[in-house]
Design a protein around this ligand. Sequence first.
Ligand SMILES: Cc1ncc(COP(=O)(O)O)c(C=O)c1O
Length: 374
Amino acid sequence: MIAFRFEPTKQPKTLPPTQDLGFGKHFTDHMLLVECSSQITQAVSDVDAEACAWHSPRVIPYGPLPLDPAASVLHYGQALFEGLKAYRGDDGQVRLFRPEMNWKRLQAGADRLCMKAPPLKVFIDSLLRFCQIEDRWIPKAPGTALYLRPTLIGTGAFLGVRPSKEYLYYLIGSPVGAYYGEGAESVKIKVEQHYIRAAPGGIGAAKTGGNYAASLKAALVAKQQGYAQVLWLDGAHKEVVEEVGTMNVFFKLGDKVFTPPLNDSILPGVTRDSVIQLLGAQNIEVVQRALKLDEIREGLKSGQLSEIFGTGTAASISPVSTLGIDGQQLQVGQGQVGPLSRQLLKQLTDLQYGRSEDTWGWTLPVPQGPTSPL
Ligand SMILES: Cc1ncc(COP(=O)(O)O)c(C=O)c1O
């Protein structure tokens, strides 16, 4: 493993009570940083003549970042992030779920935004070392986890519009509560027919802040109207479905499952890919095809469309009870959590928490290592 210099905090925080965890409210004691700049001598990656090399891997007390006011992230939005969880099983073992997929997505996003992403080894080692150090922050209660937020920003100070020549990769962690209490709950979703999240040829497939900024207004208006989130349509014609809130979306229509094919305006979700493989292994046909809003209306009216669910790291599976279309409320199936959603939620979480045997090779156990001396 890469040697991360460790500077333990002198002011350890009190752990929040389980019932107060929520999502993204609390942060652990430390943060992990690796920098990419040119003209350095002790690199952890090969020095690329064209660009920067990764160096100075370290874990230091959580706190503000020193950032030049002219940094490219602040002006031209060179920013990417990832989101994954460290799950503690009943056996005490901490596992990550397909972290190399998060790296691939970071890499693809970096390519789209002309940024430099850390190599796979730096990324994976950062997650493992951080989890070792912050072990006391990985909660034990059922359904809880340590949410990990790897982040990549352009730090070069220059006001010309061009890619930054310097980058900071950092990792922070937030203990999060169980998404569901007694089991999955289904939510009301508004079909968004005005705002769009992403456009063809744009940056929707990258996990970059701008896409989330673009989504806030629609989500806010939908909440004011009593919906949990919005169903995003394509940015060109607002005709076919792309995503739901900050999740990929699936439809059970007849005995097949449909999900939009990946394109440059859909984020390639780790959970999406896992669900496609889990369904395939059960001989349930998954059709990757764009679904028209008209097909959804008809499917709901005829009863053929029996389940809709979102997939993502936060909730795993998030079933939809009602769709708001053109001001009308259409119930999905029985308006409750459907059997397929329930089954997929169990399959995924059983793997993540080590309750079922991982025949997929998807989980990465965090090896025992030096923890924080706190
Ligand atoms: C816009 C968007 N789509 C889809 C997803 C689901 O991705 P994943 O399954 O990797 O969490 C996310 C969450 O990260 C997201 O923000």
